[in-house]
Design a binder for this molecule. Structure first.
Ligand code: SAM
Ligand code: SF4
Ligand code: SF4
Length: 265
């Protein structure tokens, strides 16, 4: 999570109300941390709006380009211009663009801005350059967006773009939407561990490392497992506290279990 800052004013998420609180962690430190994990398979770059820092994204992609790691970039689509697509398309990437409606008026409610035309122009270009394996659309499902899902799905289908749906959750995002009682996206069953356990690591903008983004919601796991400004990733992973957090994750069953970064697909 390379920033909390954002150029949209969504009603589902309050990240845009915050400013980063620390100097930026250098892309080199991020790359070193990733390269120190031989089993790493996927890197997800997310925010806030991660493309506010495109140069750093390019540096990270370059730094891990000799590995098999695939990088997923989740964006609101506003800064996803032609130059960005040209520069990242030579790497092993998958871009996820967040689209919750095809309706221009409702878009203003969703995004708090008039970015509809820009996002669809960028998305049209991206879909003309990238392969279906490199681009998808993700929607957030709530009572407000449910009537809009079919139209988004139809649009994605017409462009041969995979469409995923993530349930709206209130926790952590401080949004003002309404959780649906009968969600469509199911996380692992209650008796199963959260898929993030022993698989995910989250590096945030100030260098703090957590297991999952929501680690600090787990009882007794409020503190990060370390900070990359003072420790290397192997040192962080070797600590007793990291082992304790991992153990607690295996029986953790919080609402964030359904977020796509914590599920198998
Ligand atoms: C926090 S955003 C950051 C990346 C980028 N700014 C974007 O909007 O795609 C990451 C993903 O979380 C989704 N999201 C935002 N608020 C959410 C909420 N309250 N519940 C579930 N997903 C949410 C977004 O739609 C996006 O697909
Ligand atoms: S969902 Fe993405 S675009 Fe919307 S405010 Fe949050 S970080 Fe920004
Ligand atoms: S349920 Fe949430 S807090 Fe618990 S391990 Fe999974 S992602 Fe982390």
């Amino acid at each position: 999570m390379n920033t909390i800052e954002c150029n949209q004013k969504c009603t589902k998420c309050s990240h845009w109300k915050y400013k980063d609180q620390a100097p930026r962690l250098s892309p080199k430190k991020v790359v070193d941390a990733i390269l120190s994990i031989p089993s790493a398979q996927e890197l997800c770059i997310v925010g806030g709006e991660p493309l506010l820092f495109k140069e750093e994204v390019y540096s990270i992609l370059e730094g891990i380009s000799h590995t098999k790691i695939r990088t997923i970039i989740i964006t609101n689509g506003v800064p996803m211009d032609e130059e960005f697509i040209a520069r990242v398309s030579k790497f092993n990437i998958h871009i996820v663009v967040s689209i919750d409606t095809m309706d221009r008026e409702f878009w203003r409610f969703v995004r708090g801005t008039n970015s509809y035309d820009k996002v669809f122009k960028n998305l049209e270009h991206a879909s003309s350059v990238l392969t279906p394996a490199e681009l998808s659309i993700q929607s957030v499902l709530s009572a407000e967006t449910q009537p809009h899902m079919e139209e988004v799905a139809q649009y994605a289908k017409s462009k041969n773009i995979y469409h995923s749906i993530q349930d709206y959750i209130a926790e952590g995002f401080e949004g003002s939407w309404t959780v649906l009682p009968n969600k469509v996206a199911f996380g692992p069953r209650t008796e199963q561990q959260c898929y993030a356990a022993d698989r995910n690591l989250s590096i945030v903008q100030n260098g703090n490392v957590y297991t999952c983004f929501q680690q600090n919601w787990i009882d007794g796991c409020k503190e990060p497992i370390g900070n990359l400004n003072s420790l290397s990733m192997p040192e962080i992973l070797a600590s007793y506290y990291t082992a304790l957090v991992s153990q607690k994750m295996r029986s953790c069953n919080l609402p964030c279990k359904v977020l796509k970064c914590n599920t198998q697909n």
